[in-house]
Each structure stands twice: as C-alpha cells, then as structure tokens.
Ligand binder design. Sequence first.
Ligand code: IMP
Ligand code: MG
Length: 175
Amino acid sequence: MVFQQQLKILISRDEIAKAVSRLAREVERDYQDKQPLLIGVLKGSFMFMADLIRQLDLPLDLDFIRVSSYDAARESSGKVEVVHEMKTPVKGRDVLVVEDIVDTGITISFLLDYIKIKQPASLKVCTLTDKPSRRRVQVPIDYRGFTVPNKFIVGYGLDCDQKFRNLPDIYTLED
Ligand code: IMP
Ligand code: MG
C-alpha cells in the first residue's frame, strides 16, 4: 500500500503548463502547413495529449495506441506488445508520437519500428519527461518537456500500479 506521504513534488502544474505551451510552439513551428497525426501512447500520455492539442493551432488528427511492457512492480519486462491498435492509416502521414516518459527507451524504440513499417511521411517523438539515466536503447527525442532524475514519478497521467494518474502535479515516489 502506498501512502500519500511518500509523494514528493517534483514538477508543479504551473511548470507543466509552461512546458506544454513551449512544446506546442515548437510543434506548431515545425508542422506549419502540415496536418500531423498525433499518436498518444496509452494510458500515461492522455493528460499531456489533452493539454498539448488544445494549444496547437494546427489541423491535426489524433489517435492512441496502447502497449504494455511494464509489470506492476515498476520494472520493464523488456518485451513490448500492442494491446490496443490505432485505427488511423499512417501511410504518408506526418506522425508525432506523444509519450508521458521515455525511460529505458524500449517502448519508444519498439513503437518507432512499428510505425515506420507503415510508411509515414515523417516520424517524430514528443515526450513530456525524459529519464536518460536509465536508457537501454538510444532513441531520438524531438520534443522534450523535462529531464527527470532517476526516480519513479507519478501524477499528470503517470501511474504506479494504476494509481496517482489523476494528480495535477508530478511527484517522485519515495521508498
Ligand atoms: P520505457 O520503455 O522503459 O522507456 O518505458 C516507457 C513506459 O514505462 C512509459 O510510457 C511509462 O508508462 C512507464 N514508465 C517508465 N518510467 C516511469 C515512471 O517513472 N513513472 C511512471 N511510469 C513510468
Ligand atoms: Mg507510457
């Protein structure tokens, strides 16, 4: 059982809002005259996605994909599976993958291969947080909100065993 006392604030809702606006400006600039297809990685990215697209003045399309790689014990199994497929055709589209966090890089690396086969016109990655200290696979990150320390984080969509996704700020989970 995890108690609220184990949560220590890392990134406040105001800092998140500022980062989301900054990322939206970067994305807008790069996708001028384009109609990007944003693909959110469920479940963690749903809140970031909702805030990001409301800041994007672009004729965008939206879809979600759900993959599983983590077990309840917070460790990546190293194997990624598509649990819920996206329906939007990807061929010829300017695809932007939207993630909550890039940790080992295994999930994003898998997804980039998975989407590349479908022949998008372009393929980029936007992540709210990046935990480079745990990287096992090198992956390109085109848009990054925050670099976070080597701690497990929750809130703003990010969970621990499905809990804490509803918190408006991001916290570290202290042992
Ligand atoms: P990766 O495959 O190790 O890069 O992990 C990617 C996925 O693991 C993310 O999309 C998250 O769902 C989950 N994850 C990794 N680190 C954290 C964390 O600190 N808090 C919550 N979820 C995490
Ligand atoms: Mg995720």
